[in-house]
Ligand binder design. Structure first.
Ligand code: PMT
Length: 398
């Protein structure tokens, strides 16, 4: 199954910080995502972690010396610079950032970067005062102006024992920044895509809700795929167990009413609205203020219809719905294209193996406004998302 890093050549630069230990996890996750990973370490980095550790994870020689007579490349920095799809420096020290801002090239990593034209991600890790130093701030601003993606730093416990800004971002966030860097000039650049995800929760009382089995995976995959093609993404999500994806504007909501309000707020400026959320069709008419006590009698709850967000959202955007069906998949989905005035619907047979709620894959059927049907094979939710976005791209209003 393809993801944004599959078959990509990533050059991972590692410079001297205790956060080097986290770069091992990044190298491992890049490999698991299908990337080819070449590691270049500064002298300082080799004092924290051995090149052998990276070599064991990437199955490739690690570059530490510009003048290595045993190197497989004739001119190593040029060869790696030309082959790389993206270069990421994690962790990036104050010293390394200063050298990059000045364009210095005095070691294998900086010479490779000066010779490269691919996207560059710099993930700073340092003490809070070093990060706040005016020189560091100015150097980072210079890199940003040049189009470098600055990933973090995060806030939290630092090696000094103090708490503050300066932590290397965690691996999932770094992976998000790397995918974003590779796709930021993609075919959705300049577009705003609003995506909904998760299952809404309608309160019965302060401890009970009516909800459904949506894990949010489909909506989050859509948001990430749109980000990785350059879109500005707003993800309106009901509660899930998923971490907020990097570089996406995440709006947390609980109920269908809250989701509707958040979507309307953002949809006005959107080029596309993709409703992958499983929104409650009914909610308890009155939510009890206090916990309803168990008694010997049955309990009847009166439900009221919720507003259909997809049908009523105002704006001139491409309107994409999902249909989760347990029977008559195509007929039921076609009826929704008409009733909700959709440009496209993604029909899910929730009874099919590896599809629908909670799975990492989906077998979806796309139906357009002319009711033309395209059955997709079983794909990862990320790949399904890209197939949907391929369609959305051709439907933009201008
Ligand atoms: O989150 P996962 O675990 O990855 O699972 C993915 C999924 C199965 C939830 C998702 O792929 C999916 O099918 N979502 C739509 C589920 C659904 O609510 O379908 P529906 O047929 O009830 O609604 C049709 C469309 O109208 C949907 O786009 C829905 O978001 C929208 N709707 C529904 C009710 C409502 N009040 N407002 C809406 O906008």
């Amino acid at each position: 199954m393809a993801g944004p890093l599959k078959d990509k050549h990533v050059v991972l630069g590692v410079t001297g910080s205790i956060a080097c230990y986290k770069a091992l996890d990044l190298a491992s996750k890049l490999m698991q995502a299908g990337a080819l990973v070449d590691v270049i370490m500064s002298y300082g980095a080799t004092q924290f972690v051995t090149p052998l550790a990276f070599r064991s994870l990437t199955h490739r020689a690690v570059v530490t010396d510009s003048f290595d007579p045993d190197s497989e490349y004739s001119v190593e920095h040029v060869a790696l610079a030309q082959q790389a799809d993206v270069i990421v420096i994690a962790p990036a020290t104050v010293h390394c950032i200063a050298k990059l801002a000045l364009g210095l090239a005095d070691d294998p990593l900086t010479t490779t970067i000066v010779a490269a034209t691919c996207p560059l991600v710099v993930a700073p890790a340092m003490d809070g005062n070093m990060y706040d130093h005016p020189a560091t701030r100015a150097n980072l601003a210079t890199l940003k102006e040049r189009g470098v993606v600055i990933a973090g730093p995060g806030i939290g416990r630092l090696a000094s024992g103090l708490s503050g800004v300066g932590r290397l971002l965690e691996t999932p966030e770094l992976l998000g920044h790397i995918s974003y860097a590779m796709g930021k000039d993609g075919d959705l650049a300049g577009r705003t895509v609003v995506v909904s995800a998760g299952g809404t929760m309608e309160p019965i009382d302060p401890v009970r809700v009516i909800t459904n089995h949506s894990s949010g995976k489909m909506g989050y995959a859509l948001a990430e795929a749109a980000r990785d093609r350059g879109a500005n993404v707003v993800l309106v999500t009901a509660p899930t167990n998923l971490a907020d994806p990097a570089l996406i504007n995440v709006v947390q909501v609980r109920t269908a009413e809250q989701m509707g309000a958040a979507i309307q707020e953002h949809a006005e400026k959107a080029d596309a609205l993709v409703m992958a959320a499983a929104v409650a069709d009914y909610r308890p008419t009155e939510a009890a203020d206090q916990k309803i006590k168990k008694s010997d009698d049955d309990l009847n709850i009166t439900l009221s219809k919720t507003t259909d967000i997809l049908k009523t959202a105002k704006g001139n955007f491409v309107r994409v719905g999902f249909a989760a069906e347990s029977q008559n998949l195509v007929a039921n989905a076609k009826a929704k294209v008409d009733s909700k005035k959709l440009d496209l619907i993604v029909a899910n047979d929730i009874t099919a193996e590896g599809s629908g709620f909670g799975s990492d894959t989906n077998q979806a059927t796309l139906i357009d406004r002319d009711l033309v049907v395209e059955e997709l094979p079983l794909l990862s939710k990320y790949d399904v998302s890209n197939r949907i976005l391929d369609r959305v791209k051709d439907l933009f209003r201008d």
